[in-house]
Design a protein around this ligand. Structure first.
Ligand code: RB5
Length: 145
């Protein structure tokens, strides 16, 4: 599975931690930046990573800012993106099962590294349930047009 990671300065350290650990777990990781700790603007990284999903360069993405809120607002502006800000493993499982979310957003200033890794693995490993949820996700997809 090809996973994209992106962050601003507030999510940089967590992004580096996730990159190392997801690679260890066997995921194919593409890093969309930021690559240094200098202050940057999170919408720029949301744009780069979501383009990767639209072009099918990656199967799913993880975007990290201070709270995960700015990244989710920005990512959800792009076509075919369903970004979910998750603060728990249960959030991540339900975002996949019910919403077929393709981008996870995390708060680098709010969550610890280990919990973030568990949330990320739950997100990447949980399949979409389809069924009645597919009808609802299709209605969201129609809003994109
Ligand atoms: C940057 O200071 C901070 O505003 C940003 O990382 C994010 O939390 C915005 O939602």
């Amino acid at each position: 599975m090809r996973v994209g990671l992106g962050s601003d300065h507030a999510g940089f350290e967590l992004k580096e931690f996730l990159k190392k650990n997801l690679k260890k777990e066997g995921f194919d990781v593409i890093d969309y930046g930021t690559h240094i700790k200098k202050s940057v603007d999170y919408p720029d990284y949301a744009e780069r990573l979501t383009e990767g999903i639209q072009n099918r360069d990656i199967d799913a993405g993880v975007l990290i800012c201070g709270t995960g809120i700015g990244m989710s607002i920005a990512a959800n502006k792009f076509k075919n993106i369903r970004a979910a800000r998750c603060c728990s493993i249960q959030d991540a499982i339900l975002a996949r099962q019910h919403n077929d979310a393709n981008v996870l957003t995390l708060g680098g200033r709010l969550l610890g590294n280990e919990l973030s890794l568990e949330i990320t693995k739950a997100f990447l490993e949980t399949p979409f349930l389809k069924g009645r949820h597919l009808r609802r996700v299709n209605k969201i997809k129609r809003l994109d047009k």
